[in-house]
Design a protein around this ligand. Structure first.
Ligand code: ATP
Ligand code: MG
Length: 583
């Protein structure tokens, strides 16, 4: 390809909403342009890189024995109602009503569709195991699309689904997919960690998440220094805190007037107390049920853990009217006293049960209550009261007595053992050797294609631009004709370019009629891994310069050896990634 004929609109300025490096560089290097919040157009360079990621994913999936299919993005909501996920996905699910009044879902994932396909097509154990995948657009009406393609409303996902006669077979395929993911991410040049994860809305019994550690990540990886434990924030379980010594002399509860002071910070300032001594009461709805979740003022409720505590039921924060109805007070003044009788279920975090005394909302607008003793002033057990781990781990927490450490990361993929949640509800059954009807056991495996690209840029960049891993770079080699107006220079550049093309190298020729400085700046920005620079002076001496984007020094190479030397460098960069895959 010739730079002069390509749309590579590099820019100096970046939009204000580009908060992280990869987002800024994807705009600056002309890889993509924003259409609306969370939707992007991939321009030629971006699309080339993305396609290389797709090629790697496809190759490895095929190698693992999975078969590619393509499912529709428009799916009838009725299918989702069968599994209850129309509710579980909440507002993240994008929907539209068609002209006939039928409600449709824009695929956020495809368990329901694939299981209904399996229900129709699988009849015998002889067809199992079966692993099918697709690479297609997914839609999620994210609450806060941000960080460019890391959290967008429309993205490309590779999603695969496996069907099995028994758990043993699922375990085998799960392991194959796990290993396949390792190969995919290594081939894409990513350093990643694998953590235990919660299966969330997916349901099921086991899950691992593949996460690229980096500061721009929205995920939190929690681990012990000895490496014996690594999980994401949703999953990481914490040891219960040691019980504070109760003071038998704690006076009885006392209401205090706190006019218009509803937030934890404001109450603390007003009552001269600390968030850790506050008892926070959150009202949720789970289907028809009202749930009160009680956590310490300095702790965050963990949605996934709450789901677990509710036996897998997804809960959403109740709206203002529902909160007022339950507590009898405006939002900000809820407390656990007397609440067990008013809600269907009260889930209390361990840390609250360990507290000697605290401050909480009085269930009366503009009032808080002091001297609240858990267990004395509200129950810690009962028919509809449970104590559970429902908060996020924080600095200082331990697991199995070991200190927990924290690190940010980008989730690029996740694998799940689903069990029979979908197959049971959608009737994916088969006849076993004895002719007995059984339900398929399932696994599912997702990869965020766009996130791989952004993560690679997060890991590979410097002040001047992107440093691509060769496997997913938009081009492997950039030949820069520094003085395009010089016939000899243009000729040498053209020749090397043609020879590289003939050798199957993915090469871009910068044949633009621009100053060398501009070309070098663009070269750094778009980050093509191997660079051949053809300039007047060097050519006069019979040489060109060859340089890796990742290194600062260039090497003089005789013109006639330039092509071979370049190919050698490309191969050695590729080899480095391949070697990683063997490890
Ligand atoms: P997250 O927790 O970040 O919202 P998720 O766990 O909901 O992601 P999955 O349902 O596991 O995502 O989807 C599989 C993969 O799709 C993820 O591992 C991620 O790489 C990618 N992905 C999910 N949501 C988005 C998004 N909004 N934008 C880009 N990629 C996404
Ligand atoms: Mg996930």
């Amino acid at each position: 390809m010739r730079y002069s004929r390509m749309l590579i609109p590099t820019v100096k300025e970046v939009p204000a909403d580009a908060e992280i490096t990869s987002h800024r560089l994807m705009i600056r290097a002309g890889l993509m342009r924003k259409l609306a919040s969370g939707t992007y157009t991939y321009l030629p360079l971006g699309w080339r890189a993305l396609q290389k990621v797709i090629d790697i994913v496809r190759e490895e999936m095929n190698k693992a024995g999975a078969q590619e299919i393509l499912m529709p993005a428009v799916q009838p909501i009725g299918l989702w109602q069968k599994t209850g996920r129309d509710v579980d996905y909440g507002q993240t699910m994008a929907k539209f009503t068609d002209r006939h009044g039928r409600e449709n879902v824009l695929a956020p994932t495809a368990e329901e569709v694939v299981t209904s396909v399996a229900a129709g097509e699988i009849s015998s154990y002889k067809q199992l195991p079966m692993n099918i995948y697709q690479i297609s657009f997914k839609f999620r009406d994210e609450f806060r699309p941000r960080f460019g393609v890391l959290r967008s409303r429309e993205f490309i996902m590779k999603d695969s689904y496996s069907f099995h006669a028994d758990d043993e077979s699922l375990d085998e395929t799960y392991k194959i997919m796990y290993d396949t993911y390792c190969r995919i991410f290594k081939r894409c040049g990513l350093d990643y960690v694998i953590v235990e994860a919660e299966s969330g809305e997916m349901g099921g019994s086991g899950s691992h998440q593949f996460t690229v550690p980096c500061e721009s990540g929205e995920d939190i990886i929690i681990y012990t220094r000895d490496g014996s434990y690594a999980a994401n924030l949703e999953k990481a379980a914490v040891d219960p805190l040691p019980k504070e010594k109760p003071d038998p002399k704690t006076p009885s509860m006392q209401d205090v007037h706190t006019p218009n002071i509803g937030s934890i910070e404001a109450v603390c300032a007003f009552l001269k107390t600390q968030p850790k001594d506050m008892i926070k009461t959150l009202i949720y709805t789970a289907g028809d049920e009202v749930v009160a979740a009680i956590v310490r003022g300095d702790h965050d409720l963990n949605q996934e853990k709450l789901t677990q505590a509710l036996g897998g039921k997804h809960a959403e924060l109740a709206d203002e009217a529902a909160i007022e109805k339950v507590t009898g007070a405006k939002v900000g003044f809820a407390g656990p006293m007397g609440l067990a009788e008013k809600v269907d279920l009260m889930v209390i975090d361990h840390a609250i049960a360990a507290m000697a005394v605290g401050v909480t909302g009085a269930n009366k607008t503009d009032y808080h209550t002091k001297n609240v003793v858990p267990g004395r002033d509200f129950p810690l057990e009962g028919e509809n009261v449970t104590v559970a781990d429902i908060r996020n781990a924080v600095e200082g927490d331990t697991r199995g007595g070991k200190k927990l450490m924290f690190r940010k990361g980008i989730e690029v993929g996740q694998v799940f053992k689903l069990g029979t949640k979908y197959s049971e509800k959608l009737g994916a059954k088969f006849l076993d050797e004895n002719g007995t009807e059984k339900t398929c056991t399932m696994g599912c495996y997702g990869i965020g294609i766009n996130r791989i690209l952004a993560s690679a840029i997060e890991l590979g960049n410097d002040d001047n631009g992107i440093i691509w891993p060769i496997s997913i770079a938009p081009f492997e080699v950039l030949v820069t004709s520094v003085n395009q107006d010089d016939k000899k220079v243009a000729q040498v550049a053209e020749k090397i370019y043609q020879q590289l093309l003939d050798s199957g190298i993915d090469v871009l020729l910068d044949d633009r009629d621009l100053r060398g400085g501009v070309k070098f700046k663009d070269a750094d920005l778009i980050g093509i891994p191997v660079r051949v620079t053809v300039g007047k002076k060097a050519v006069a001496g019979g040489n060109v310069e060859i340089k890796l984007r990742a290194e600062s020094q260039s090497k003089k190479v005789p013109i006639e050896k330039a092509t071979d030397k370049t190919i050698e460098l490309v191969n050695s960069l590729k080899k480095q990634l391949e070697l990683k895959c063997g490890s």
